[in-house]
Design a protein around this ligand. Structure first.
Ligand code: PLP
Length: 337
């Protein structure tokens, strides 16, 4: 058995800091995609709703359905139009083709490409986009952009902000021309929110900051929400010279009490091959290779905390905290503490 424990006080602390910086609870779109970055979409959605957040974003209709009874306003970021969209949800439009294909009368947000070139309409396509959305009676609720490098302290962020400001002006003019209600705008993700001096006339779309991870050593003073725990399956004395696990990768120098814990790469841990020093939250090393459903370490009691800061594992594996969190299996029990 393994368990994800979610620290409710930390989550509320993070939301409070984020809302303060964004200018209010009504300004924040919580990003709950990929099972709320591995935290558990339904648990996080309920808590965010209770806190007073009104808007969220997910990846797909599948994810939106999962929390449709909790949130009224759900933006789907990566939808590929089928012509059979639901009236319950709001869909991001990632290119002109999507505008032509999505079901008439659907609620939409226009993604604007201001320099990332991943998704969205170019500013030069906006005239044509408005012709289509007016003709097809699509309901324009929002327009947004995404920064390609808000986590790097270079000029890209400022260039994209300028491009987005130009797109906003163009959209507002087109709304007047077509007699369409003005949409809301949003652009800042977590790292952009951290570095912004003030957010005016926009909402923010916050993912990782909500879960307690800052890109910069920022004044938001965020606290990690998730800790990962594993329960002991068995224990034994490993005699000097004996090894534990696949490939006999770890060999005991002295007699030690080892235990096997119920969590492995099948549960979403990255696979550790036994080289280097991968440490648990209590400082003990993982001994030998990680198995599909278990790992071994010095006996640390009935439950051991694998990590309470995903950066420890991210740094070890040369990846980012998002990657460590998002892989955690939806089958692991999750609960707020
Ligand atoms: C994932 C995502 C976000 C959230 O990013 P964070 O860095 O986690 O805050 C915001 N907007 C879009 C379009 C995304 O895909």
């Amino acid at each position: 058995m393994s368990e994800i424990r979610l620290n409710k006080a930390a989550y509320i602390h993070n939301l409070t800091k984020i809302c303060d910086k964004a200018g209010g609870k009504e300004k924040v779109i919580v990003v709950l995609k990929d099972n709320a970055y591995g935290h558990g979409a339904r648990l996080i959605a309920s808590e965010a709703k209770k806190f007073g957040i009104k808007n969220c974003a997910v990846k797909s209709e599948f994810e939106a359905d999962e929390i449709a009874d909790i949130f009224e306003n759900i933006l789907i970021l990566s939808h590929i139009p089928t012509g059979d969209e639901s009236a319950k949800f709001t869909y991001a439009i990632n290119d002109i083709e999507a505008l032509l294909k999505i079901k008439e009368n659907t609620k939409i947000n226009l993604a604007i490409d201001t320099g990332m070139h991943r998704n969205g309409l170019d500013i030069s396509e906006l005239d044509y986009a408005f012709e289509i959305l007016a003709r097809r009676n699509l309901e324009l609720l929002g327009a947004y952009t995404h920064f390609r490098a808000s986590d790097e302290l270079n000029a890209d962020y400022f260039v994209q902000r300028e491009n987005f400001n130009a797109a906003k002006a163009k959209i507002l003019a087109l709304c007047d021309e077509f007699g369409i209600k003005k949409p809301i705008f949003h652009s800042h993700n977590s790292a952009a929110l951290e570095r912004a001096s003030e957010i005016k006339d926009e909402m923010v779309r916050v993912g990782i900051a909500q879960y307690g991870y800052a890109q910069f050593n920022s004044s938001l003073n965020l606290k990690p929400v998730l800790s990962l725990w594993a329960k002991r399956v068995s224990r034994r004395v490993l005699k000097s010279g004996q090894s534990v696990g696949y490939g006999a990768k770890f060999i005991a120098k002295d007699d030690i009490n080892v235990a096997t814990y119920d969590l492995g790469y099948g549960d979403g841990l990255l696979r550790y091959g036994g080289d280097g020093e991968l440490r648990l939250a209590n400082g003990e090393m993982v001994l030998g290779k990680i198995s599909m459903d278990s790992f071994s370490c010095k006996d640390s009691g009935e439950w051991v905390c694998v990590f309470e800061d995903a950066n420890v594992w991210a740094n070890f594996f040369g990846t980012i905290n998002y990657d460590i969190l998002v892989k955690l299996s939806p089958n692991i029990t999750r609960k707020f503490i």
